[in-house]
Design a protein around this ligand. Sequence first.
Ligand SMILES: [Zn+2]
Length: 132
Amino acid sequence: MKPCACGSGKLFSNCCSPFLSGKALPKTVKQLMRSRYAAFALTGYGQYLLDTWHPDSAPAVTADDLGSVDSNWLGLDILDSSQQGDSGTVEFCAHFLDENGKPKTHRENSRFVRIKGRWYYLDALSLDYGGT
Ligand SMILES: [Zn+2]
């Protein structure tokens, strides 16, 4: 029994695992945000990242590439979120160690859209690389 990588405080099996394994679809933008963060943090979930990326903005990389990105994610703080109909935003800070082992923060306001009942990550409204 391990805590979820997204930092929700819940067990992985009760949090992002059902989404990452394809057993359930995230119902809210926050659930999608958390599960995508967990996918990045755990590595090996490249296909999930591609499957939840809007086709218009998805990077031209393979699931293997995405799933093997070496990351040192330390935690996720969700600052704000809103959802209206089939679109939503989540503002968050993701903490990580850079290549020199220095703690950094990636702050982003992500946009999400729902198509045929599935939420997709569309793009970021603003980017702010802090922690310098
Ligand atoms: Zn989680």
